[in-house]
Ligand binder design. Structure first.
Ligand code: ADP
Ligand code: ADP
Length: 229
């Protein structure tokens, strides 16, 4: 089944036309890489999907709900969408554990005990269960990003959007984050990932979208995308 359906999507920033007539179907469990030059609209595209940006034209359906309407069905559908940012976006004044339990408690109404149990489980999966009491500033970039991934997983998303998740990391920390993402990819979760890590793309992607100047120029399996010309 199609979990994200985009039709005729156009996005402007003032008079700047950032996305042109985007049509896209994402099927359940698909792993998609978005690549293309800087400024081509990759980040804008995924930010429109989870409504961090509003679109001026077109529609975005997630699990059948038009999320551009901002009504109750849209809010429910958007809860299935997790996001991982380039700069981690952890709450600096909260511990690792509190970062992970906040949304499950406030949005999902979980009890603290339940939320902590689930958080510890997810932190275990990203290799961060031993640092639950630390604050983000006490962690390396790679550790912070792994916590950010665990935090997203605590909401049990069906779809995860990644916006250059390794771009802000020192080179020696890229692998630990990509390893977590590869393991995640193998769980069958739907992933859309903006990245310049082409080795990773080759390993885990089922589709590679190439954007240029707000247009999807290519939409191909990685073996075609990476084939020698
Ligand atoms: P990419 O992720 O491919 O690097 P972006 O989606 O971040 O590209 O940006 C696409 C274009 O839109 C760029 O030219 C960028 O400068 C512009 N842009 C992005 N966000 C804004 C904004 N909030 N206001 C104005 N222009 C923006
Ligand atoms: P990131 O790659 O982490 O998204 P960016 O530098 O692309 O960081 O953008 C950081 C913020 O600035 C985003 O909210 C983006 O929408 C905004 N932004 C990007 N380009 C522009 C622009 N040309 N004018 C105004 N805001 C912009």
């Amino acid at each position: 089944p199609v979990v994200i359906q985009i039709r005729g999507m156009n996005k402007w920033y003032g008079s700047y036309h950032a996305l042109h007539d985007i049509d896209l179907d994402v099927r359940q469990g698909e792993r998609i890489i978005l690549c293309g030059p800087s400024g081509s609209g990759k980040s804008t595209l995924i930010r429109c999907i989870n409504q961090l940006e509003q679109i001026e034209q077109g529609s975005i359906h997630i699990h059948g709900a038009d999320v551009t309407r901002q009504d109750k069905p849209a809010q429910v559908a958007l809860r299935d969408v997790g996001m991982v940012f380039q700069h981690f976006n952890l709450f600096p004044h909260m511990t690792v554990l509190d970062n992970c339990t906040l949304a499950p408690m406030s949005v999902k109404g979980m009890s603290r005990r339940q939320a902590e149990e689930s958080a510890r489980e997810r932190l275990e999966k990203v290799g961060m269960a031993h640092l639950t009491g630390q604050f983000p500033t006490q962690l390396s970039g790679g550790q912070q990003q792994r916590v950010a991934i665990a935090r997203t997983l605590c909401m049990d998303p069906k779809i995860i959007l990644f916006d250059e998740p390794t771009a802000a990391l020192d080179p020696e920390m890229v692998k630990e984050v990509l390893d977590v993402m590869v393991r995640l990819a193998n769980t069958g979760i739907t992933m859309l990932c903006v990245t310049h890590e082409m080795g990773f793309a080759r390993q885990m992607a089922e589709r590679v979208l190439f954007l240029d100047q707000g247009v999807i120029l290519e939409d191909t399996p990685p073996q075609d995308f990476f084939a020698a010309p």
